[in-house]
Design a protein around this ligand. Structure first.
Ligand code: PLP
Length: 440
């Protein structure tokens, strides 16, 4: 297919900033552009046309205010119709993108002095994953995940994009992160591919594990080394549960902050959002941010990448929810939000500590082993004597306990939804159910 002249311009900017990016973008990614037409014409009309004759935008107004139904606005108290009902710009509300970026620097001290793109707003992190996949994956491209991963990645990347997922065991025998396994998988794939995409998700779904500072640094070193040796590496951090670390040991910042300036063949992509960070799952506001080594004009390079991303959004969901973005923007400015977040995190921390204590009890050691966990929403049990799906069904039918079976032997428990006082009983039920199945 012919590449539009605007896309050609963007590709030239990207290529002069970092030629390896052109090898990393998918065919779709290279074709993508953000059409100037409607926005440019609207902007021109705003300057030159009478307000009462500005007939450019596809919404409805009356007396220059957003036309709205009181029955709709009755449920939206403190946000104006123009900030709730009209379309948000495809890359997201500009001030929200700026505020999220500023907060990213505060939350990730290693970002200090480094340049990254402005975050582009996605419809939650799931959509961020899918936007990323459209832009950077072609059929048969290889993706590297640990064997413990969020299952929806299969739908997004294998089913929709026809990419190939390669796994390595997430934990080493000493119950740390399997650095040797990651390195072996990346090196193996680097032999046969000019581009390797590596996914890093901490706190992890389903295990609730976050790497230590040292493990984090080693991961970055491994990926940088392979990039130096000539393979293009795209490292994607899925930070869905960012900030929910309950102990001193886990890394407190995103690996994105340590990877975004390491090598021109290493592109770091950060996916995050209000889902886990603001306890606002259904608002559907996520962000995608890029960082790499660039020659020359950083702003122009990132602008081109952001515009391609916006073009993808315009061509799929048009834009993420405007009301959702306005809620988030207001919430982030509200003086109490940090304290509220700390309080909620403390609720989860107490539960996590209780889960660790209860699930590791000696009475359960024949039934399961808990995978290492120190963060996030989940704990995952490796079942020693029964199959996970049989246990899940039995737990539900007999004890009215809902869990998720993952693969053949793993049971995922979202302790994020279990009040502290019910945790002990929950594990008693799981243990009873295991015994029932063992006794046949
Ligand atoms: C690892 C991981 N990534 C992404 C998501 C999706 O987040 P969102 O609701 O923002 O699409 C989830 C949610 O379950 C998740 O566990």
């Amino acid at each position: 297919m012919k590449i539009d002249p605007i896309a050609q311009e963007m590709n030239a900017v990207i290529k002069s900033g970092n030629p390896h990016l052109m090898e990393m973008l998918s065919k779709t990614g290279r074709r993508l552009y953000f059409p100037k037409s409607i926005l440019a014409q609207t902007a021109e009309a705003r300057q030159k046309a009478y307000d009462k004759f500005n007939a450019t935008i596809g919404i409805a107004t009356a007396d220059r205010h957003t036309l709205h139904l009181p029955s709709v606005m009755a449920y939206i108290k403190d946000i104006r119709p123009s900030d709730a009902l009209t379309y948000a710009p495809p890359p997201g509300i500009f001030s929200l993108r700026q505020i999220w970026k500023e907060a990213m620097y505060e939350k990730n001290p290693s970002l200090k002095g480094k340049s990254v793109s402005l975050p582009v707003v996605t419809n939650g992190i799931t959509h961020g994953l899918s936007v990323f996949s459209d832009m950077f994956m072609d059929p048969d491209d290889v993706l590297i995940f640990p064997d413990k991963m969020w299952g929806n990645n299969y739908l997004i990347m294998s089913v929709r994009e026809d990419a190939r997922i390669s796994h390595y065991p997430m934990f080493s025998p000493d119950r740390g992160f399997n650095l040797a396994g990651l390195e072996a998988a990346v090196r193996q794939e680097a032999k046969n591919n000019y581009k390797v995409i590596v996914f890093l998700n901490f706190p992890n779904n389903p295990t609730g594990y976050t790497v230590t500072e040292n493990e984090g640094d080693e991961i970055v070193d491994i990926l940088t080394k392979v990039a130096e040796e000539g393979t293009n590496i795209i490292a994607v951090t899925d930070d869905a549960y960012f900030g929910l670390c309950y102990e001193d040991i886990p890394l407190k910042e995103s690996l994105f902050a340590r990877m975004c300036d390491r090598h021109s063949r290493l592109l770091a992509v950060k996916l995050d959002g209000v889902t886990g960070e603001l306890f606002a799952w259904g608002i559907r506001v996520g962000f995608i941010t890029y960082g790499t080594v660039i020659k020359g004009d950083h702003a122009a390079f990132y602008d081109a990448l952001e515009r391609k991303t916006a073009g993808n959004i315009r061509g799929s969901v048009s834009s993420a929810s405007h009301i959702g973005q306005s809620i988030v923007l207001n919430a982030l400015k509200s003086p109490g939000i940090q304290k509220e977040m700390t309080e909620k995190k403390e609720v989860l921390r107490k539960r996590a500590m209780r889960v660790k204590e209860v699930a590791a009890g000696s009475e359960y050691q024949d039934a399961w082993e808990m995978y290492p966990f120190n963060s996030g929403y989940f704990v995952c049990l490796r079942l020693k004597t029964v199959k996970a799906e049989a246990l899940r069904v039995h737990l539900l039918d007999r004890y009215k306990v809902g869990t998720i079976s993952v693969g053949e032997r793993d049971l995922r428990i979202a302790f994020s939804t279990i009040d502290e006082e019910n945790i002990e009983e929950l594990f008693e039920f799981i243990s009873k159910a295991v015994k029932d199945l063992n006794e046949g």
